[in-house]
Design a protein around this ligand. Structure first.
Ligand code: F6R
Length: 359
């Protein structure tokens, strides 16, 4: 039940630090050992490329997963949209491994890919929130999100749970492969820092609601920009705003905006910039200057070590591989508050279904 909450979406946003702690407890022990099937790891070690197959928000969690797996395991990763991949199969590597990301485990677009790759005898893993779901039953292996039921149509806690479980799997696999970056990555510590960081953002709810009012309530369109994981975050932040607030929103790689889309920036167009990656922070700030000089109303979400005095939202430092867990929170809240202010049904947005069981 929603308890004291007016919507499942807000309840599920609030649950995220607790979900993260449950994932840490479920998958790790005090020595830092990771509790996952060693047979799964053996299969993964033999693969030369990981294909992450998903749709919507789960696809966006897969993009963050690409950074995690490539940096911690040295295995090249392709993240593919299930609806495209099923009918336009790219040339596969010699030893592909398929990872299906799906909150519901019922998405038809993903399932048709699973059916096809099983015919070729390729190994598969489903990461899902629903234990006896179709994708879970039909894949060779399953890892559960342990996020508790996600009722709101717009996915929030499943997104962060997917990133957390991907990070644990990447650490486990990278360690098994003796990759130095994996050895140095204290996933347990970083995930608990992320849980604390998430909470610090959630505690800023009143302030975030004021920002939502100032930046989004009276707008028709909004842009999100960032680089690396900040770009992937932008895609997810824009999707949330579209789904529940019915604002036209787009996520862009910060450097790409000037190659065309900057034509759409007018006086007071909101642009949210993620400054979450040290090596590209200055470049992203230059892109912010470009939109500012065209009249944009800019809101910056930055990590503490990269902060500038006028940034609107700042969160404590954690690994750049996992800071998306924290940086996404205010944008989930922007979508929620804007939808509420517009009188939308936050949990059941128009035209959407929780799980899409047609291709
Ligand atoms: C976004 C959303 C959808 C789902 C997508 C995949 O908030 O809910 O984009 O993420 O339909 O669903 P699952 O993860 O159940 O396969």
């Amino acid at each position: 039940s929603k308890g004291a909450y007016d919507s499942y979406m807000l309840k599920e946003i609030d649950e995220q630090p607790a979900v993260l702690r449950r994932i840490i407890q479920t998958y790790t022990n005090i020595n830092g050992d990771i509790n996952m099937s060693s047979e799964l790891i053996e299969r993964l070690i033999q693969s030369d490329r990981l294909y992450i197959v998903a749709a919507g928000t789960s696809y966006h969690a897969g993009l963050i997963g690409k950074s995690l797996f490539e940096q911690l395991t040295d295995i090249p990763v392709e993240v593919v949209l299930a609806s495209e991949f099923g009918y336009h199969l790219p040339k596969l590597s010699a030893h592909p491994f398929f990872l299906f990301l799906s909150q519901s485990g019922e998405t038809a677009d993903s399932r048709q890919v699973l059916v096809k790759i099983k015919k070729q005898n390729y190994p598969s893993l489903t990461i899902t929130n629903v234990a006896d779901s179709t994708l879970s039953r039909e894949a060779d292996y399953t890892l559960l999100l342990h996020a508790g039921p996600e009722i709101a149509v717009a996915s929030t806690k499943a997104y962060t749970a997917q990133i957390a479980v991907e990070s644990l799997l990447a650490k486990f696999l990278g360690t098994a492969k003796k990759i130095e970056a994996a050895r140095q990555f204290d996933v347990r510590q970083e995930l608990s820092l992320a849980a604390t960081g998430m909470q610090s953002m959630i505690d800023e709810k009143d302030y975030i609601s004021k920002l939502a009012k100032k930046y989004f309530y009276n707008q028709r369109t909004a842009f999100f920009i960032g680089r690396g994981n900040g770009y992937y975050l932008s895609l997810e932040a824009a999707l949330k705003l579209k789904e529940v607030s019915y604002l036209h929103a787009e996520g862009f790689a910060a450097g790409e905006l000037k190659h065309g889309t900057i034509a759409l920036i007018e006086q007071d167009t909101p642009v949210v910039a993620f400054v979450t990656e040290a090596k590209t922070a200055d470049h992203t700030r230059s892109n912010v200057q470009e939109v500012l000089s065209r009249g944009a109303k800019v809101l910056i979400i930055s990590q503490e070590n990269l902060v500038h005095p006028n940034d609107q939202l700042t969160f404590p430092v954690i690994s750049e591989l996992l800071n998306p867990l924290v940086a996404i929170i205010p944008t989930q809240l922007f979508a929620y508050f804007t939808a509420k202010a517009r009188g939308n049904n936050v949990d059941q947005p128009r035209n959407l279904a929780k799980s899409v069981t047609v291709e």
